[in-house]
Ligand binder design. Structure first.
Ligand code: A4P
Ligand code: MG
Length: 171
């Protein structure tokens, strides 16, 4: 008997602040959708926000485009992370400073109700609840969404007090 694979819903946040940001995000979505074990459910519109650095918002750095992507996946969390790293690497992602400028960042925001706290993998994403550039696109594609352990996404977004600039649909 073939074991049944478990299909879990997951939400990803994708972002870019270098190069042709919209084209990179569009390609990343295409590559996610073409990945074995990943099925695309919804993609939000783009939002634009200034770069957040460890010391605060950096208006001198290039601004980000971000979007939220909802998927179903049979991949285990670590396999999904590996696939994400492959897609980032294919877009010339270079890891230097923390929260440094990047062509492509893909973060796992949630995977169903899973709670994972390992050195190189934390789910839900530990900073998602306080970031309007994660919450606003997510709310667009899932108006009733909840962030496990944190509450409703609409309430979390309101609590940030931050706004995002709508930047249209993916090209
Ligand atoms: N990692 C752990 N948990 C996860 C997860 N849930 N999803 C590990 C993805 N990766 C996860 O990430 C470092 C390591 O985190 C990965 O190797 C993985 O094993 P990274 O992408 O190499 O580096 P990073 O993104 O600079 O670090 P970090 O701390 O994850 O950054 P954040 O919190 O994701 O912030 N400003 C705007 N406006 N828009 C943005 O999208 N993004 C960041 C990155 C900073 N400022 C931003 C934005
Ligand atoms: Mg990241």
């Amino acid at each position: 008997v073939k074991p049944r694979s478990i299909d879990l819903p997951a939400v990803l946040s994708i972002g870019s602040n270098l190069g042709d940001r919209a084209a990179t995000l569009r390609d990343a979505v295409t590559e996610l959708a073409a990945s074995p074990g990943i099925r695309l459910l919804a993609v939000s519109d783009l939002v634009e926000t200034p770069a957040l650095k460890p010391d605060g918002v950096d208006h001198a750095a290039p601004a980000y485009l971000n979007a939220a992507v909802s998927i179903m996946t049979t991949l285990r969390p670590r396999a999904l992370l590996e696939r994400i790293h492959e897609i980032e690497a294919a877009h010339g992602r270079v890891r230097q400073e923390r929260w440094g400028d990047r062509t492509l960042d893909i973060d796992i925001v949630t995977m169903d109700g899973l709670r994972i706290e390992e050195e190189d993998l934390v789910i839900p994403h530990p900073r998602a609840h306080e970031r309007a550039f994660v919450l606003a696109p997510w709310l667009q594609i899932a108006p009733d969404a909840e962030l496990p352990g944190r509450g409703r996404v609409d309430a979390l977004l309101a609590a940030t007090g931050d706004t995002v600039e709508p930047a249209g649909a993916l090209p």
